[in-house]
Design a protein around this ligand. Structure first.
Ligand code: HEC
Length: 94
């Protein structure tokens, strides 16, 4: 074959480049796969960093949720003072 007749240096480079591009292609493929498939295998992973909301807790903690809803703490998130701090804190974590 023609490849075997190339000089040794060129043939070494061709081998290197072939493996290099295979590695880049495989690495690129793995890197672009969505991470959600592996996360789902680990259980209930949140899909975003957004506030989940108290209703998301209710299905597993109905009694605690019921007790909590009649407290002042249940309205803490909607407090304008808290919301201002919350906005500023989120700024700091980005
Ligand atoms: C899919 C079910 C599920 C959901 C939804 C859920 N939890 Fe839980 N939570 C659990 C389980 C199971 C435990 C462990 C209970 C234990 O160890 O006794 C737990 C434990 C906790 C604890 C620790 C209690 C302790 O005594 O140490 C807190 C606090 C808590 N959950 C808050 C929340 C909040 C807040 C939300 C909503 C944002 C929420 N959970 C949503 C299932 C859930």
């Amino acid at each position: 074959m023609a490849l075997f007749h190339l000089n040794r240096k060129v043939s070494t480079w061709l081998t290197f480049l072939t493996f290099f591009f295979i590695c880049v292609a495989v690495g690129g493929f793995i890197f672009t796969q969505p991470a959600s498939a592996s996360q789902n295998a680990q259980g209930n992973q949140p899909e975003s960093n957004a506030y989940a909301g108290s209703s998301s807790c209710q299905k597993c903690h109905p009694e605690i949720h019921g007790d909590w809803t009649v407290t002042r703490h249940a309205h803490a998130f909607s407090s304008p003072i808290f919301q201002q701090d919350w906005d500023e804190l989120q700024h700091q974590t980005r």
